[in-house]
Design a protein around this ligand. Sequence first.
Ligand code: K1U
Ligand code: ZN
Length: 185
Amino acid sequence: MLHVGRGCPKSRNMKRSILIHPDPRLKKMCLPVADISDDRRALANDMLETMYAAPGIGLAAPQIGVLERLIVLDCAKSDADTAAPLVMFNPEVLAFSDEKGVYEEGCLSIPDQYAEVERPSEVRVGWLDRDGVPREQEFDGLWATCVQHEIDHLDGKLFIDYLKPLRRQMITRKMQKLKRERARE
Ligand code: K1U
Ligand code: ZN
């Protein structure tokens, strides 16, 4: 088992709580990660744990209140044999297709609300992996949708920002009600 910092044994990953919209932290532009330390790798592990537990196929650091450019995703089938987690520090869309696709998106920060969003069908993404090694890969299908959705989170953008104002307002009001109910529990 790894022991990390402050003399305190770091035994296992921790599930974090996910912020619910509206929250000012979900609207912020996140800062690039300057160095990929053991603490940041532990944060990425916590995010994967949180994403799988939700369950979800992606998660961005601001969704757990950390305003840094870090995302995790796994759009593979959910059984452990085919798990394909990706950890991306400072991800960037380097190129995108003219062809667009529509996918019904959800968001762990906007529970139980889904809407069709149009985005480029294919994207080339560059990022630093958990060892700080630069990576580049093309994504299509659900992976392309998910990686764009997660990178949007790092720029303070939610999938509801692509919707017409009335639909966005209705969803926001539902989320305000949900937060009031959860606060009373
Ligand atoms: O960023 C997030 O809030 C995670 C979000 C990612 C996403 C979903 C759909 C389209 C684009 C991006 C989710 O994971 S919502 C939950 C979800 O879609 C799902 C959950 C379990 C199995 C399969 C999908
Ligand atoms: Zn989301």
